[in-house]
Ligand binder design. Structure first.
Ligand SMILES: [Zn+2]
Length: 201
């Protein structure tokens, strides 16, 4: 079974202020606060005054940058306890966003992926969004057999909580699903399991 060779993982950017923006929306999660602090530090007072920050304190690595983010004079800082709430907050912000809004995303791959889906649903273009990955490379995996989403997958082979099949995580990242695909691990030779390994990409 081909599980390597195709690298479709998104290529990430570095967050820097986009001079073309009239309004700035910055959403981050956990360790993603660090690139956000750097971004805000690089902004002019005028850009800061036109910036709304959405920050989720949910983190896989217990990284919290809330105190540092509070030091900047931004238009608004909204804090969320979970990543799902932050993504809903992003949705609400984009629903009322004006022309000339620029979006900055940082955090885990899953957070960036789901946030990007929201941004795309509002017709935002790639040149209006910057994404910076932060923290560990845990994967969000979509089961091809039952459709269950598993967050924070760290190993190549794992048991799907939805259908209890042994799944192997493929390296193909689907932007549409905002997840990597998991397929039945012993589909080639029933009962024969591929070697397990830690995902370190
Ligand atoms: Zn499943």
């Amino acid at each position: 079974m081909l599980i390597t060779g195709i690298k479709s993982r998104p290529v990430y950017d570095e967050l820097t202020p986009m001079a073309s923006g009239l309004n700035h929306l910055a959403a981050a999660q956990g360790s993603g606060g660090k690139p956000l602090v750097r971004l805000l530090g690089a902004m002019t007072p005028e850009q800061l005054a036109a910036t709304t920050v959405l920050y989720s304190t949910e983190s896989f690595t217990a990284q919290n940058y809330l105190f540092d983010l509070q030091q900047f004079r931004v238009r608004e800082l909204a804090v969320f306890a979970t990543n799902a709430d932050a993504v809903r907050g992003l949705d609400a912000s984009l629903a009322t966003a004006k022309m000339g809004t620029r979006l900055y995303l940082s955090g885990s791959e899953g957070f960036i992926g789901t946030s990007m889906q929201v941004a795309t649903s509002y017709g935002m273009n790639r040149d209006e969004v910057l994404r910076e990955h932060a923290g560990s490379f845990v994967r969000r995996v979509w089961c091809a057999h039952c459709g269950h989403y598993s967050e924070n997958v760290t190993h190549r082979v794992f048991v799907c909580p939805g259908c209890e099949l042994n799944l192997i995580v493929r390296d193909h990242y689907s932007g549409r699903l905002a997840a990597f695909q998991g397929v039945k691990a012993d589909s080639e030779v029933p009962g024969e399991m591929p070697e397990n390994e830690e995902l370190d990409t």
